[in-house]
Design a protein around this ligand. Sequence first.
Ligand SMILES: C[S@@+](CC[C@H](N)C(=O)[O-])C[C@H]1O[C@@H](n2cnc3c(N)ncnc32)[C@H](O)[C@@H]1O
Length: 231
Amino acid sequence: MSYTSKIYDAFFGDKEGTVQYLDFILRYLKKGPILDCACGSGDLLLMLQEEMPADGLDLDKSMLEIARSKGVKGKLIQQDMKEEWNLTNKYGGIVCIGDSLNYLNSLEEVESFLIQVKKYLIPQGIFILDMHSLDRLSEFEEGYLEEAYIDDLEVSWQVTSYQNQLHHQFLFYDIEEYPTIEHIVQTVFNPKDIENILNKLSLKFTVKTDFDKEGYQKGEKYFYIIERGDL
Ligand SMILES: C[S@@+](CC[C@H](N)C(=O)[O-])C[C@H]1O[C@@H](n2cnc3c(N)ncnc32)[C@H](O)[C@@H]1O
């Protein structure tokens, strides 16, 4: 298990933020079952399953194990979201939140992912997606540093932007002489490119910034509310 998965909840867990996502999702998504893509350690699934049947999908087996240990009841599927899915059922709603889309490296990967989403949504199904706004690149130009102790383990998290990427570097000061380093790269996509892919796949959508602002505005995250349509 990577250190990043071990400290994920202690470092990034945010109950208030998860409730905000839940309220947003339930505003648009009335019909389950629901699939949470890149569900991580399952905090959103724990809330969603109180409303409708909810399954999760994530690349990282250890995140899924944490989700199960926290009481997630639905299916937990280990799957790379950009590869072909081989699932047994379709969903009334699919979500991919918490800037998980930004873990994909290219527009080709985004398109492959959206093709799978479309395939596994029922007609009239809804897909809710968020991703970093372009403003994040300038925000992290100077670099951002956060340090914390988690169960006596000193952790430092640094974010820096480089071209169209955010580089997250985690240092874990464990018992070794040098810290253990883990590195995550996120791609910040141009919203026009995302729109082109959605149009190519004949998916209708509306856009919000930071949950409530209409369209693209200054902020941290762009949200897409996407309809599968009748086809
Ligand atoms: C920032 S976490 C977000 C987790 C959760 N959605 C949340 O909001 O707390 C990103 C998650 O994406 C998963 N992930 C990254 N790349 C993935 C891929 N290609 N397919 C599926 N999951 C992926 C990681 O394992 C991690 O659990």
